[in-house]
Design a binder for this molecule. Structure first.
Ligand code: ATP
Length: 307
């Protein structure tokens, strides 16, 4: 049992992520897909408050009433997984409070981030009982994207189902304008409709990294999942066009969507202009619009700017 006089509680940012690149190579026998992706954490996300309990119970409170506040919540699953494996936490439980800001089923990894952040937070409350690789293995059992939210790296190139990660520098010099059209998209449905077989598609990662192995170029960004989601929801293509017209260097769907983001270079768009563009996008599409930046090291406020 832990010493409750020390480090009983912690508050952490569970950052949203965007996929700057996503290439799906094949469907695997276990139903998962082998992919190649470039993931970037943002300085915007949920807050996770963890407070240890002495009675072995897990309790969860979530600011979004549409999400389950029981064992089916990924944050709860993460706590169960941690205490199941932990020796130092034997007999302990935890109160989890989720301040939800990341839109749900939006391609921004909200559930995975909450789960990864609970694992990371509990591990810190128990003096790093588990190594990075042990924690990643625990995370992977909860979901393919969860390991990314357990590690400190803010940006990675990833392979496999997403668990083989190579850290790369965080994206610098851009504002990220996120436009969420207000409906959710099931990741499972998108992958099922990709129509991939077990035949392995060519790797794009090597050519993608060829010129600058540690800083992939923005010129070649793409997302294979757009084919499915954009075909079903043509308005997403219109959001992309509008972002490009407004001055985005790149406009892409994140993950399985439906959130679309634009990367606006600091050198050509001022903060004030960025806000004007965000307000215009919000007026035009009437949905959730956020301006964020790539997360880079230091603990950010996590709020981003909502419009
Ligand atoms: P991914 O890109 O990892 O598939 P996503 O951003 O598209 O994720 P999430 O927001 O993670 O989607 O939500 C996926 C599903 O997980 C939702 O149907 C939701 O009900 C469920 N879920 C369980 N726990 C959580 C949580 N803490 N936050 C968000 N969703 C959760």
């Amino acid at each position: 049992m832990t010493d409750f006089n020390h480090h009983r509680a912690v508050v952490l940012l569970a950052p949203a992520k965007i996929n700057l690149f996503l290439h799906v190579r094949r469907k695997r026998a276990d139903g998962y897909h082998d992919l190649e992706t470039w993931m970037q954490k943002l300085d915007f996300g949920d807050t996770i408050e963890l407070c240890l309990r002495k009675d072995g119970l897990v309790r969860l409170d979530c600011s979004d009433p549409s999400l389950p506040a029981d064992r089916s919540n990924l944050a709860w699953k993460a706590a169960d997984a941690f205490f199941f494996a932990s020796r130092r936490g034997k007999g302990c439980g935890v109160d989890i409070r989720i301040g939800k800001r990341i839109p749900v089923a939006a391609g921004l990894g909200g559930g995975s981030s909450d789960a990864g952040t609970v694992l990371r937070g509990l591990n810190s409350l128990f003096d790093s009982e588990f190594s990075r690789s042990e924690l990643c293995a625990m995370a992977l059992r909860l979901g393919a994207d969860v390991p990314f939210f357990v590690v400190e790296d803010d940006a990675v190139l990833a392979e496999g189902v997403g668990e083989v990660m190579y850290p790369v520098p965080s994206l610098k010099g851009y504002s990220v304008l996120l436009v969420n059209p207000g409906f959710s998209v099931s990741t499972r449905w998108v992958y099922e409709n990709l129509g991939l077989t077990s035949t392995l598609k060519e790797s794009k990662l090597a050519s993608f990294r060829k010129d600058a192995p540690d800083t992939p170029s923005l010129g070649t960004l793409s997302n294979d999942l757009e084919r499915v989601t954009l075909a079903q929801y043509p308005e997403l293509a219109s959001i992309k066009e509008n972002l490009l017209e407004a001055g985005a260097e790149v406009a892409l769907m994140s993950g399985s969507g439906p959130t679309v983001y634009g990367l606006f270079p600091d050198v050509s768009i001022s903060t004030a202009e960025m806000q004007t563009i965000a307000v215009r996008m919000k007026r035009k599409f009437g949905k959730m619009v956020f301006v964020a930046r790539a997360k880079s090291g230091a603990s950010p406020s996590g709020k981003g700017t909502g419009f």
